[in-house]
Design a protein around this ligand. Sequence first.
Ligand code: FDA
Length: 312
Amino acid sequence: MQSFDRIYRSTILGVAGNKTVENLVRSRAWSVAQRFVAGEQLADAVRAVEELERRGIHGILDLLGEMVTSEQEANTFTENILAIFDAMEGRELPIYVSIKLSQIGQDITLPGGENLGLRNARRILARARALNAFVALDMEDHPRVDITLEQFRTLATEFPGTVGTVLQAYLYRTEADRKALDDLKPNLRIVKGAYLEPETVAYPSKTDVDMNYRRLVYAHLKAGNYTCVASHDERIIEDVKLFAEKSGIPRSQFEFQLLYGIRRDLQQKLADEGYTVRAYIPYGRDWYAYFSRRIAERPANVSFVLRGMLKG
Ligand code: FDA
């Protein structure tokens, strides 16, 4: 039987895929989207990083955009991501960037067979390494997991310590993927997963996803690896704290990551308790897909959007 969460998510993401709805939301909901998105410009995102830093929370900069099909567009995204490093250089703040490989050409094969996403990722990572920055490769929908993990392995070997990736607890395959990466001692962000996935590949029940989430975090910590616990689920966060304490895992081996604008109180509480906390700060004009996923995560967000749209 399908859970309410799953039915709700598939309804919202299904509706969000409709072009008329997209045009309506794009034209009327920007004021609402700004709860989750720092702004349309890089300067807005840098300002958000600085504000968070003043409160003891680090930032992860994310230029919105995904599933790019043209070479020119993928290269433009790459240039715009490189501009993040220029903007952050010299500010004496940690530089941490998240990218989606589909945004920089993962779907494009160049004449000669080279993957454009991999080529552009190398450019980004070379710049990151020079600045002692860190880049996380976000995980997208399930057909991309194989290629993303394969490209992560290549990049982690070429740029050790500069790149990490994400594993999604809703996929059945994820524990096997985690184990298979273990030789790299990877920096992994563990998330529940934000895409609409079929039951053939993903747990339909939230209870199973939550259980798998804990299992993955504990196993990755136990293996001695750096773990980014990316969730707003307070029960999970409390359990991870306890697990780390009981198992003698130092706080320097993990951090909590949350999304910009979500559970700001919890972000502050964790930072005040002395944990490393990073907020994922999306910015840019392509906010629609990201925004739809945030709405699909929580029923209360729908009324928030509708109220915002009616206000105009
Ligand atoms: P869950 O959905 O169970 O929510 C727990 C509680 O958090 C809710 O009860 C509510 O209080 C609060 N909450 C959660 N979402 C909310 C929302 N949208 N609005 C308001 N409150 C909300 N996914 C992915 O597939 N690939 C990726 O690369 C990433 N990257 C990523 C980075 C970071 C830093 C985070 C925090 C998350 C991601 N995600 C992701 C998204 C992730 O998969 C997941 O969809 C969301 O984090 C929501 O799941 P929670 O773990 O918060 O739990």
